[in-house]
Design a protein around this ligand. Structure first.
Ligand code: NAD
Length: 472
């Protein structure tokens, strides 16, 4: 366990909760001092993070390359520049977000004034995942700070270089008594989860999401769960197929080799159009990654052997034999699987059961495009649902009938980048949302305050409830 720079675990180790109790006590003292509430403190921390991103860009890129062989441009576009944008946006908008919101009053409370005040929740725990280990750690931290909280970040041990980057580097840029990094895996996280937090923000798998929620329930701690799911892409036959293929490919393989929570998980299209779409995808993939994609420096690797085996298991499922129509090559040493297309996989195959989270893309066909909507609705609600079409009526029907964390028409992944849209799941893909003002709200209590003077007495309100009063 590399705790250098971050929190040091005392001799008792992970299972002895003393270190966590100490950490909590220090965060509580920091929060109770009141300093995290001031605009100046919040702005100073956010500027510190922005400076860290600016000054340590090369180190962040190296860490992401170490952990995932993420291509530098992908790291820049998907993690570093997004984190920068998030900081800049919060710094620009935070004063406005912090202002009490005046709201109307009602005749029942006349005369009075009413407002909603956003107050910080207190001390918050952020547990993040390994696939976008920089952005998905720092982005919720930015929201928690903007809302005036004290924060502990527990990055994923599965991306160890980025995790230790945070432990070593972040403390040099922020107030260490109120913003802490704890490295560790399940034992450390379990101990952290036993403590009483005022909010837990978790990004990761559903199963662990359930563990987090159960632990939070003991203290009635509110949670935001950013989970995953099988995000479908429906492709209509009237589309610009070249553009559609590029946008699907970049959302899948150009996003950490499919290890992205909103990566297209599978395609649904009509039987008649499938071959055209497949041809366009093949041409796109040849252009993106060449004839030997395992050698391409533009394709991230799989995070570890466990995930490599999980994905090869999906490919070895007998039920899908004969369905691979492109790719399928594997390199266990290099932890890479080539972009792989599978056509007409059985609906009850393993690959259609669990979230793929890797470079395999099954395509399922139906006679009519509307049947795709029924298929999506027969499954758990996904984190994202995509539709490619020029048909406005079909678009309307999709938006109206399909329930998902977010919907994007004629592209993939990009809804994540609009800070005016809440990002989060629904049902099994999660609860709560963040980004922009939604992050601020996620880490705030919206406290209603009604204020009255001493005028405006209504006698009927008070006992005794005389006959005369009852006539009113
Ligand atoms: P994971 O649940 O295995 O790990 C996430 C975090 O939980 C890590 O920090 C890990 O240390 C901790 N953890 C793991 N097991 C634990 C346990 N038993 N008790 C306590 N803590 C534990 O998830 P992952 O593999 O890192 O991420 C993959 C999943 O996350 C996918 O389903 C993906 O769709 C989802 N995801 C969602 C989003 C989103 O924004 N909604 C983003 C990225 C990933």
């Amino acid at each position: 366990r590399n705790m250098e720079g971050g929190e040091k675990l005392p001799a008792g180790g992970a299972f002895d909760g003393a270190w966590a109790a100490e950490l909590i006590a220090e965060l509580r003292r920091g929060f109770a001092s009141g300093r995290t509430r001031s605009y100046a403190w919040r702005a100073e921390q956010l500027k510190g993070i922005a400076r860290m991103i600016e000054e340590k860009e090369a180190e962040i890129m190296t860490a992401l390359h170490d952990d995932l062989a993420k291509p530098h441009l992908e790291s820049f576009l998907h993690e570093i520049s997004m984190a920068k944008a998030s900081c800049t946006f919060a710094l620009k908008e935070m004063k406005q977000w912090m202002k009490p919101e005046k709201v109307p009053t009602s005749i029942t409370t006349f005369p009075s004034s009413a407002e909603i005040i956003s107050e910080p929740l207190g001390i918050v725990l952020i547990i993040s995942s390994w696939n976008y280990p920089f952005l998905l750690s720092i982005d919720p931290v930015i929201g928690a700070i903007a809302a005036g909280n004290a924060v502990a970040l527990k990055p994923s041990e599965v991306s160890p270089t980025t995790s230790s980057f945070f432990a070593k580097i972040l403390p040099a840029y922020v107030d260490n008594s109120c913003i802490k990094v704890v490295e560790g895996s399940i034992p450390e996280t379990t101990v952290l989860l036993e403590q009483k937090w005022n909010k837990i923000f978790y990004t990761g798998s559903r199963n662990v999401g359930r563990i987090v929620m159960a632990a939070a329930a003991k203290h009635l701690t509110p949670v935001t769960l950013e989970l995953g799911g099988k995000s479908p892409v429906v492709v209509d036959s009237n589309v610009n197929v070249k553009v559609a293929a590029k946008r699907i490919a970049v959302g899948k393989w150009g996003s950490n080799s499919g290890q992205a929570c909103i990566a297209p998980d599978y395609i649904l299209t009509t039987k008649a159009f499938a071959i055209t779409l497949v041809e366009a995808l093949k041409i796109t993939l040849d252009k993106f990654y060449g004839k030997d994609p395992l050698e391409s420096g533009d394709l991230s690797r799989l995070v570890n052997v466990k995930h490599f085996s999980r994905l090869t298991n999906l490919l070895n499922d007998k039920k899908i034999s004969g369905t691979i129509i492109y790719g399928g090559q594997r390199d266990e040493q290099g932890l890479k699987i080539a972009p792989t297309l599978l056509l007409d996989v059985p609906h009850d195959s393993l690959i259609m059961d669990e979230e793929i989270f890797g470079p395999l893309l099954p395509i399922i066909t139906f006679d009519k495009i509307e049947q795709c909507f029924d298929f999506i609705q027969s499954k758990e609600k996904p984190l994202a649902a995509y539709l490619f079409t020029k048909d406005k009526k079909l678009e309307e029907k999709f938006v109206k009938t399909v329930s998902a964390g977010g919907i994007l028409i004629n592209d993939t992944g990009l809804h994540f980048a609009n800070p005016h849209l809440p990002f989060g799941g629904v049902g099994e893909s999660g609860m709560g949302a963040y980004h922009g003002k939604f992050s601020f709200d996620t880490f705030s209590h919206r406290k209603p305050v009604l204020s009255r003077g001493f005028a405006g007495e209504v006698r009927a309100r008070y006992p005794p409830y005389t006959q005369q009063k009852q006539k009113i």
